[in-house]
Design a protein around this ligand. Structure first.
Ligand code: SF4
Ligand code: SF4
Length: 181
């Protein structure tokens, strides 16, 4: 399932019209989309789009292979789920593409730090709360607001503020003021 904007759909249609392939990178949003069955069913409606799913565990590979024989079909429940996911992962959602990374003079790991709140809630949180990521998140304090990240963001995000927002949430989670799984 891609959380597509109208521009995404338009691009797909233009590629089809030109006989050009379309590869959908990060079809599970780098792990933020947690229902592979829905993602698979959604993309079945777009046979001209070739998704790259990304697999970390053998069990995930088995899951995808099972879909070759038993391909999920979109249900009303799935459609409702997609709509709720669109709301959750739209707007100031950092896609983690990393196009801004090299531009940051302070070496902030923007592609993960700017979506940390989502990672904490959609992936196992412990690994994002370890010493390494605490140090990476702390680097947000060094942001000089140069705006280079925003200038290179294809999604036109207000990246410095997004980082600050994620950092505030992160500190609350660390302090136990906000609970995550
Ligand atoms: S605004 Fe902050 S995060 Fe963005 S490039 Fe500059 S220092 Fe890095
Ligand atoms: S802030 Fe923009 S350019 Fe940087 S990783 Fe996120 S989506 Fe990509």
């Amino acid at each position: 399932m891609r959380l597509c904007s109208s521009q995404d759909f338009e691009l797909v249609e233009r590629c089809i019209a030109k006989g050009m392939g379309f590869i959908a990178m990060k079809s599970l949003a780098g792990g933020l989309i947690t229902r592979s069955d829905v993602a698979m069913a959604f993309l079945e409606d777009y046979p001209d789009v070739l998704p790259i799913w990304g697999v970390q565990k053998e069990s995930e590979l088995d899951e995808w292979l099972s879909y070759m024989d038993n391909t999920p079909v979109l249900t009303d429940e799935m459609r409702a789920y997609i709509e709720s996911e669109k709301k959750a992962l739209a707007g100031d959602f950092c896609r983690g593409c990393g196009y801004c990374l090299a531009t940051c003079p302070m070496g902030i790991a923007i592609n993960n730090c700017a979506r940390m709140s989502l990672m904490l809630r959609r992936a196992p949180s412990a690994s994002w709360l370890n010493d390494h990521w605490q140090e990476e998140m702390k680097k947000i304090e060094t942001c000089i607001g140069c705006g280079q990240c925003t200038a290179h963001c294809p999604y036109e995000l207000d990246t410095p503020n997004l980082l600050k927002k994620n950092y505030e949430d992160y500190k609350k989670v660390l302090a136990g003021e906000v609970k995550v799984d």
